[in-house]
Design a protein around this ligand. Structure first.
Ligand SMILES: Nc1ncnc2c1ncn2[C@@H]1O[C@H](COP(=O)(O)OP(=O)(O)OP(=O)(O)O)[C@@H](O)[C@H]1O
Ligand SMILES: [Mg+2]
Length: 233
């Protein structure tokens, strides 16, 4: 495996019961910077992230994370090795306050100082510490979910649609934070917002019905006439 890659996924297959969803996906993420995963609804993007973190079992293929064979590793061990995961839905405890959400995450990570660093990345959360997470705006809730994932200081962050349901004015704010984060870590970014994805990631994979239909540097993917065909509903 190349030294530069934190994640190498090869020929990955995955199924729910008997219905196969991923058919031999190969994806590589460098130690720093983001790769985007694009594709229409149901293409298998969320399933790919869940298989990388271990919530869905790989039915074939290999996952190598930071030099470790992770294909059959329990999720908890992958997280301990440095995989952070922000799911498409939830990612926060709605009844707990912002402060409590961060404290629970920091306690799990055994690092209380990490809260300060999360608040410096997302200062808005600092103004809402006492508020129940369920009452945050969509954008604030996404920031809290990302912040919680950062508490364990992951080497690789798997982000599933961080701007879904977020007001347009806050999307650019999230994009800016992601562009700063990728200087220090690797991100696999699943994102419907094409411009945002290609402004954060250097490389993109386009999934179509559980396969990589198209891949390449962000700049060339943006101009590829096949892109719209794979993203059209
Ligand atoms: N728990 C599940 N049980 C059965 N089938 C599932 C399950 N989760 C997802 N699927 C199916 O797997 C396929 C891929 O779903 P997935 O959530 O990975 O797509 P996605 O690309 O993330 O879509 P979206 O853009 O809508 O989030 C879909 O056909 C979906 O219906
Ligand atoms: Mg999804």
């Amino acid at each position: 495996m190349s030294e530069a890659a934190i994640l190498q996924v090869r020929d990955l297959c995955a199924s729910y019961d008997r219905s196969q969803v991923l058919f031999g996906i190969s994806v590589t993420a460098p130690r720093r910077g983001a790769v985007a995963v694009l594709g229409r609804n149901g293409a298998g993007k969320t399933t790919l992230l869940k298989t990388i973190v271990g919530e869905v079992a790989a039915g074939g293929g290999h996952i190598v994370f930071d030099g470790y064979r992770a294909t059959r590793m329990p999720t908890e061990r992958r997280v301990r090795l440095g995989v952070g995961y922000v799911p498409q839905e939830q990612g926060v405890f709605g009844r707990l306050s912002v402060r409590e959400n961060l404290e629970v995450g920091a306690a799990a990570a055994g690092d209380r100082k990490a809260i300060d660093s999360v608040l410096s990345i997302f200062p808005k959360l600092g103004q809402r510490l006492g508020q129940p997470a369920a009452t945050l705006s969509g954008g604030e809730r996404k920031m809290l979910a990302i912040g919680r994932a950062l508490l364990s200081r992951p080497k690789l962050l798997l982000l599933d649609e961080p701007t879904e349901g977020v007001w347009i004015g806050v999307i650019e704010e999230i994009a800016e934070r992601l562009r700063a984060l990728v200087k220090e870590m690797a991100i696999v970014l699943v994102e419907q917002h094409l411009e945002l994805a290609l402004s954060v990631a250097e490389y993109a994979y386009v999934l179509d019905r559980g396969r990589v239909a198209l891949e390449g540097p962000a700049a060339s993917i943006r101009d590829d006439p096949r892109l719209l065909q794979y993203l059209a509903p």
